[in-house]
Design a protein around this ligand. Structure first.
Ligand SMILES: Cc1ncc(COP(=O)(O)O)c(C=O)c1O
Length: 400
């Protein structure tokens, strides 16, 4: 039985493992899972009940582009955030993940170049990787992508897409500065390249004020702006969206229709009802308050128990703390040491070439504060043991 070559040559990105529930007595900092206690379960339940009780249309085939009232509600929210959008220019997808897949399908031939941040969201490597592009990694700095490297990579030619998470980047938590946003768009214009702005964490800012989105600053309709209800309502809804130039959105609607006909009408109507009858922004405010507390607990515990040679980020929002180990350390070895008690994502998974070994992505949103503290102490002990081990090896080597 022969399968497609692109399948037989592809590797498992391990996304299933990332989203798996933690084992007993294990604290998981691995997947980007929200806190389930914060799901507005009663309100969503009421939304589903009303959607089902209302009309049989909730159970019928409807529209590939999505339920128009929900698209309209999203367009209003996007405009409030400065993103130009109308009902027609918003496509509802099965989570942001499907938007990434559809954009890959639209833009990539095998061998085409895609620029990604290094490190980046592994799900983007998986979704775009299906279309067999050549990934070019541009390092992420404290204020976003390295623009000099971006310019050099673009100058080599053949780039179809720049993939970026400008707000609370997955995995580093960094925010791209306004100047870099403008530089990126100028470079994208110079080389006539599409930009995929993936923004599922944008609403989850714990300090400071948001910068304009790339889509807001976009003057020549080349930015596709992707969002999601996963981190601000619940990932089980599987609802995300993409907005951008109308001709591109129309093509994406066609591709979505070819793929799955449409997203669940019932779920879209339930979420539309939720938005009409509840204050999503008040809910997001609660998320911000609680996630900020969890983030502080994680950063403080790690800083207290780790030596200065280990850099612990202190993000202003999002889901992740990024830990940079001394260069001789390997995060996979630390994971092997601690994995029965605590898990995280080692940096190898977050680079297309899997060549950077000393980074760790640690998600703080899912466990409670006590578990965060407990898990961070265990993790810090594992890191310190690995540092001692490396120093011992160094001493042995230098006396030989
Ligand atoms: C940067 C980024 N993009 C997209 C996704 C996929 O989100 P969704 O659940 O909306 O498909 C995630 C999920 O963690 C993410 O971190």
């Amino acid at each position: 039985m022969q399968l497609a070559e692109r399948i037989t040559t592809s590797k498992d990105a391990g996304l299933g493992n990332l989203l798996a529930a933690p084992k007993k007595n294990q604290v998981s900092f691995a997947g980007g899972l929200p806190d389930p206690l914060l799901f507005p379960q009663a309100e969503l339940n009421a939304g589903f009940n009303r959607a089902l009780a209302g009309t049989a249309a909730a159970l019928q085939y409807a529209s590939a582009a999505g339920y128009a009232p929900l698209r309209n509600q999203l367009a209003t929210r996007l405009r409030q955030d400065g993103v130009p959008a109308c009902t027609d220019s918003v496509l509802i997808t099965q989570g942001a993940q499907q938007a990434l897949d559809l954009i890959g399908r639209l833009t990539l031939d095998a061998g085409a170049r895609v620029i990604v941040e290094g490190p980046t969201y592994p799900g983007a490597l998986a979704a775009l990787g299906t279309y067999q592009p050549k990934f070019c990694t541009v390092p992420v700095q404290e204020d976003g992508m390295d623009m000099a490297q971006l310019a050099t990579t673009l100058a080599r030619g053949g780039v179809r897409l720049i993939y970026t998470v400008p707000d609370f980047q997955n995995p580093t938590g960094t925010v791209m500065s306004l100047q870099k946003r403008q530089q990126l768009l100028a470079l994208a214009r110079k080389y006539d390249v599409l930009v995929l702005e993936d923004a599922p964490y944008r609403a989850l800012r714990y300090r400071g004020t948001n910068l304009p989105t790339l889509r807001e600053l976009d003057q020549d309709d080349r930015v596709l702006h992707v969002g999601s209800f996963s981190k601000i309502l619940a990932p089980g809804l599987r609802l995300g969206w993409v907005t951008g130039a109308q001709d591109i959105i129309d093509r994406l609607v066609q591709l979505k229709s070819n793929s799955d006909l449409e997203s669940s009408t019932l779920t879209q109507r339930a979420v539309s009802d939720y938005l009409a009858n509840n204050d999503l922004d008040a809910h997001i405010k609660t998320l911000r308050r609680i996630y900020a507390r969890k983030c502080t607990a994680m950063v403080a515990t790690l800083q207290k128990h780790l030596p200065a040679s280990v850099h612990v980020s202190n993000p202003d929002g999002g889901f992740f703390v990024w830990v940079e180990l001394p260069p001789e350390l390997n995060a996979e070895e630390i994971l092997a040491r601690v994995k029965d008690e605590v898990t995280f994502v080692p940096s190898t998974t977050l680079y297309p070439d899997q060549n950077v070994k000393n980074g760790m992505r640690i998600a703080f949103t899912n466990p409670d504060v006590a578990a965060i503290r407990r898990g961070c102490v265990k993790l810090a002990h594992g890191i310190c043991a690995e540092i001692e081990n490396a120093e011992g090896n160094y001493r042995v080597a230098s006396t030989m």
